[in-house]
Design a protein around this ligand. Structure first.
Ligand code: NAD
Length: 293
């Protein structure tokens, strides 16, 4: 049983912390939201009054925060000044590669091992403990982190050095954003050509156009009963999150000199969708905008 500080108990962090407590770890929980801390305590965690208090005496610190600026701030103000040397630091947030490498370098200077370990699998995967973790960091840190991450996920992949977990995450989500637009366009074209959506699904799902966006998140109601299209595009994975990840991919592409024209187009389309009042909708709802609705 390890003493684990968990900071950021939102949609993802809440169920992840609950799984650590369920695995008999001593979880000390902090979030700016009292309600989020109370929910974690109900699931077996222990309350901390501040992030600084949570990390004092912890063997492992897990953070699950919205964006790079939150991770930098929490690391610089609360985590690094208060943890003991040798503490293992695991950041599971999806953030920009530069911030991930920056905080890892600060942690290294202060005598701590750190990994970036963003996730795929959404709230369902966080709750079921079946997330995929993409981990950036040294071999030793990865080996130790894996034992903890296995309590929250099913696939734990060592993606390489610091920041590479984030690199894998934004590349994956760039494919996801582009493929959702492609699948949506194809369904709209099929409809205008008089092709039934179910027939279209039956053909494409067993043909070369098949992909995750079609099979799991089919953007038209009917063919995939569990997809958000069947409940008026209630998220799921919000359009705002999709846009955030596409923008991270675009920033990284521009810094690295990579040409990503389809990623750029997907970012523009999701930006339009989000800015038309759809930020909380599931990202597959973009089909309505593409259909002119
Ligand atoms: P969320 O907004 O539900 O939760 C974030 C939590 O962080 C909130 O409870 C907030 O109060 C807390 N917080 C913010 N600043 C803080 C601070 N300084 N100290 C303590 N707590 C603070 O977001 P989420 O959906 O849980 O996502 C978290 C991360 O996981 C994001 O980086 C997101 O991109 C990533 N992610 C989300 C999903 C998803 O489906 N929701 C999937 C994969 C990855």
């Amino acid at each position: 049983m390890a003493k684990i500080a968990f900071i950021g108990l939102g949609n993802m962090g809440g169920p992840m912390a609950a799984n650590l407590a369920k695995a008999q770890h001593h979880v000390i929980a902090f979030d700016l939201s009292d309600a989020a801390v109370a929910a974690a305590v109900e699931k077996g965690a222990h309350r901390a009054a501040s992030a600084a208090e949570a990390v004092k005496g912890a063997e492992i610190v897990v953070t699950m925060l919205p964006a790079g600026k939150h991770v930098r701030e929490v690391y610089e103000k609360d985590v690094l000044p208060n943890v003991a040397k040798g503490t293992l630091l695991i950041d599971c947030s999806t953030i920009d590669v530069d911030s991930a490498r920056h905080v890892a370098a600060l942690a290294g200077k202060a005598g701590m091992e750190m990994v970036d370990a963003p996730v795929s699998g959404g709230v369902g995967g966080a709750t079921a403990g079946t997330l995929t973790f993409m981990v950036g960091g040294g071999d030793g840190a990865f080996g130790k982190a894996k034992q903890i991450l296995e309590k929250m996920g099913k696939n734990i992949v060592h993606a390489g050095a610091s920041g590479n977990g984030q690199a894998a995450k934004i590349c994956n989500n760039m494919i996801l954003g582009v493929s959702m637009v492609a699948v949506s366009e194809a369904f709209m074209l099929a409809k205008r050509l008089g092709l039934d959506a179910q027939k279209m699904f039956d053909v494409v799902s067993t043909s070369s156009g098949s992909c995750w966006s079609l099979i799991n998140y089919c953007p038209v109601p009917g063919p995939v009963p569990a997809s958000p299209a069947n409940r008026d595009y209630q998220a799921g994975f919000t359009a705002a999150m999709m846009l955030k990840d596409l923008m991270l991919a675009q920033q990284a592409a521009s810094a690295a000199g990579a040409s990503t024209p389809l990623g750029a187009e997907a970012a523009q389309l999701f930006s339009l969708f989000v800015n038309s009042g759809n930020s909380a909708k599931d990202f597959s709802g973009i089909i309505k905008m593409l259909d002119g609705k």
